[in-house]
Write a protein that binds this ligand. Sequence first.
Ligand SMILES: [Zn+2]
Length: 284
Amino acid sequence: MIVDFHTHIFPPEMIADRARFMAGEDWFTHLYGDPAARMAGAEELIEEMDRAGVDKAVALGFPFRSHDLCARSNSYLAKAARSWPGRIIGFANANPKAAGALAEIEHCLELGLKGIGELVPDSQGFDLADAGAIAPLADLAAENGLPMLIHLSEPVGHSYKGKSRTTPEKGYALARAFPALKLVFAHWGGGLPFYELMPEVRRDLAGACYDSAASPYLYDAKIFKVAVSLVGHKKILFGSDFPLLSPERCRREIEAAGLSPAEMKAILGGNAARLLEGDCGEPA
Ligand SMILES: [Zn+2]
């Protein structure tokens, strides 16, 4: 089974008139202010999945600062998951600082959403290392075995849209504050896997996974073999960051990475299946 763990879809009204949703949303404006920046809905995601031979995709909305926009996006994700059962797995988003965040996520679980994310602290205006801010959502996720997917960025290297100030040490602080949380650090955790060579860091990150979203834009394809040697193949998830990149291109990159069949099988879908059942991060 092939699972793309990191895709983004938008409700039709946001795609039709994106400018209407930009007030107070600096990150959204930064990423999608250019009309050429592609936005996609569930139908296009399914088409791309079919083209790439992807069985299931985790569909994320956008990390809006506005509680109402998160809620609107969540209802669309729930509808998409209902329309393509077993193919689209929706995750819920909410601004942890919003008064209604916890109630919104609880509502989303009733609607059939299966995780939380992608949280982007720089977009939503909170500090990932501030355990108090995220505690209600983190506790809910930990209690229910829900994966929580977080955008992390590398502290070095070239600048690009989407590069945030939420770097590996913030993700590490979160993992230490909530040891029972099933964390997925997006974009290779901004380089966090390297620090798992330190025994205490490895222990603290036992429950964390890393997705490969946008990898071709960030890293040499060697990263797949390197990351397997750092954290083991059971902690790595195939993610494309569709519509930024096609699942087809990202899948091909993994298949050409020189991994063993067992490693490839785990990364392309086995780990995702386990994680979505609430079990991630067993020792490799
Ligand atoms: Zn991201």
